[in-house]
Design a protein around this ligand. Structure first.
Ligand code: ADP
Ligand code: TRP
Length: 330
């Protein structure tokens, strides 16, 4: 077990899909096998998008149950709800005072919102709430509160981790060494998992395959994957096929080679390839799916895990917050 502290947050804004599984959940579960990991459901960060508390709660359970069902090591991983730790709201408020407004103006997510407004001929800040504008400060509070050394995130979140470093640096400069410098860790790319229409699988494109769809829904979705119009006899390109690109994340290397061979040789129709894909994913996910369904029918069990995680997280949070408060307020 390494000594370093790994930390990451997952925003509960949708039902987990196969892209989230391959790109985020699976690598995080692997990482937690060898590192102490703070892993929280970032429900406070979902607030600037989702205004329905039932939905936030539902997605929080779905993510926690997915991680548990997939075998997250709950000894090494401290799994909790971001909102259960009051120190994070408090630290975010204190960090406001050392964070230059100009830093927030440069945030990609805020700039993207302004660009969208400009394109629509709207006021630059139309629809932008302070939750979106100060999002990176809350995220810095998350990272600094638990003394994270490494923060595994998708490439789109790298700037936010760099901002946390900047904010820690401003703070340390004024008040003396208080925070460790966190490093963003952008996992070796698993590549972009394509969705039903061939674009990136994303809830924004309505092209997802839910991670724990039941067998018949899974089959229906897979049968809807868009392919080109090659006939069964014709050779096909596995590298541009959504079917093959999904298959390679679930099968072992001999199986992957075998399916690649069938694509390039010709003689296999897309319908057959889809059946092979369905059977593979279904067999890999059947056991965790059963556990996921059991947990979702027993949310008290998920709450108990999240509460126990919060109790552990709070120890570290309280200690850091007290140091920060003393540094700033005496
Ligand atoms: P969505 O695009 O559905 O809104 P999110 O942005 O909430 O998904 O994704 C959460 C994490 O899941 C991201 O950090 C990313 O690492 C991973 N992820 C999402 N979609 C994909 C995909 N299609 N391929 C690979 N990884 C993905
Ligand atoms: N902002 C991250 C996302 O949208 C989620 C998140 C919140 C996070 N706090 C964090 C990630 C702290 C890493 C560390 O995906």
């Amino acid at each position: 077990m390494s000594e370093k502290i790994v930390l990451t947050g997952i925003k509960p804004t949708g039902t987990p899909h196969l892209g989230n599984y391959v790109g985020a959940l699976k690598p995080l579960i692997e990482m937690s096998k060898t590192n102490k990991t703070f892993m929280f459901i970032a429900d406070l960060h979902a607030l600037n998008i989702i205004r329905d508390p039932k939905l936030i709660k539902q997605h929080t359970y779905e993510i926690a149950a997915s991680l548990m069902a997939l075998g997250l090591d709950l000894e090494n991983a401290v799994l909790f709800r971001q909102s259960d730790i009051v120190e994070v709201y408090q630290l975010a408020t204190l960090l406001m005072n050392v964070t230059p407004k100009g830093l927030m103006n440069r945030a990609h997510s805020y700039k993207a919102a302004m660009d969208k407004n400009a394109a629509a001929g709207l006021d630059a800040d139309a629809g932008v709430n302070m939750g979106l504008y100060t999002y990176p400060i809350l995220m810095a509070a998350d990272i600094l509160l638990y003394g994270a050394d490494e923060v595994p995130v998708g490439a789109d979140q790298k700037q936010h981790v760099e901002f946390a470093r900047d904010i820690a640096g401003y703070f340390n400069h004024i008040y003396g060494e208080t925070f460790k410098m966190p490093e963003p860790v952008i996992g070796e790319s698993t590549g972009i998992i394509p969705g039903l229409d061939g674009r990136k699988m994303s809830k924004s494109y309505d092209n997802i395959i839910p991670l724990f769809a039941n067998a018949s829904e899974l089959k229906k979705k897979i049968m809807r994957i868009i392919t080109d119009s090659k006939l069964p006899d014709e050779p096909k390109d596995p590298d541009t096929s959504t079917i093959f690109q999904l298959y390679r994340h679930f099968a072992d290397s001999a199986e992957i080679d075998a399916l690649r061979g069938k694509f390039t040789a010709g003689g296999m129709g897309y319908g057959t390839a889809k059946t092979i894909l369905f059977e593979k994913i279904d067999s890999v996910l059947a056991a965790p799916r059963a556990e996921y369904e059991r947990l979702m029918a027993n949310t008290a069990e998920i709450d108990a895990v999240l509460d126990a995680g919060a109790a552990r997280a709070r120890e570290s949070a309280a200690e850091t917050f007290e140091r920060v408060r003393r540094a700033m307020l005496g």
